[in-house]
Design a protein around this ligand. Structure first.
Ligand code: GLN
Length: 243
């Protein structure tokens, strides 16, 4: 029986809007199908074995916590993360975690380092925070046709994609990466960054399944689950977002 091996990065520091709820969804959806689930955490000062995990997860965080995390990641985790991603592991990063996947996050005079897994940078601007319900249209490898991700965003940083970066989706409603670009998040192979909280996966159970299937590299499609409540929550989130 295959097991999904998940590593949470800085769960005690990067957990705005109960982003750890995403882990609970991955666990439940694996276990409901009889798949194994292993969860470990890594934080300040720790190193990890890049081959020991299939999916790496980081949630959102306050600017001040991001500063400590950014410097620690550069020192103790950057190389292992690159090694894991190059080997095909899935990386999912939300909001503050997403910002740290890029080259840097400019906070006034201070420039904090990102891990450089994707071609983007983020700037903390004086303008209003970008807050509200958001819906984006995404097209993911292996899925036929476009799908909608629904969530909630609250960020001061504006994320600018470089020429080598592909957005995760097109904004249907909400602000997205900059409030003006019309795009949200980033997608590079198996690396996903997004501003969507909710938490993301309880509102978008189908996306949790895409992550599980991709991380495990399964030949067979995942068993279908009875998702009546998740579909109702998703429809409700779309109704609130107005799409
Ligand atoms: N501190 C970051 C910002 O304000 C990320 C916030 C978050 O994770 N919600 O842009």
């Amino acid at each position: 029986m295959p097991a999904l091996r998940v590593l949470s990065l800085y769960p005690e520091l990067m957990n705005i809007y109960a982003d750890r709820g995403n882990i609970a969804v991955l666990k439940a959806r694996c276990e409901w199908r009889g798949l194994g689930f292993e969860h470990a955490a890594t934080s300040l000062g720790d190193r990890f074995d890049p081959s020991a995990h299939d999916l790496f997860y980081m949630g959102g965080g306050q600017d001040r916590d991001q500063v400590a995390v950014a410097h620690d990641m550069e020192e103790t985790k950057r190389d292992s993360l690159h090694e894991a991603a190059d080997r095909g592991a899935v990386v999912l990063a939300v909001c503050g975690g997403y910002q740290l996947l890029g080259h840097h996050y400019q906070l006034g005079e201070e420039r904090i380092p990102g891990v450089g897994l994707v071609d983007l940078h983020t700037v903390r601007e004086d303008g209003p925070r970008l807050i509200g319900n958001v819906a984006i249209e995404v097209r993911l490898p292996g899925l036929s046709g476009p799908r909608v991700l629904a969530g909630f965003e609250n960020h001061g940083g504006r994320t600018h994609l470089g020429p080598g970066a592909q957005p995760l989706g097109r904004v249907l409603k909400g602000h997205g990466n900059t409030g003006a670009s019309g795009f949200e998040g980033v997608l590079r192979d198996h690396i996903v960054g997004t501003y969507l909280h909710g938490p993301l996966l309880p509102k978008n159970a189908w996306f949790a399944d895409w992550l599980i299937a991709t991380a495990l590299g399964l030949d067979e499609p995942l068993a279908v689950l009875e998702d009546e409540f998740e579909r109702a929550a998703h429809a409700d989130a779309r109704r609130v977002a107005g799409v």
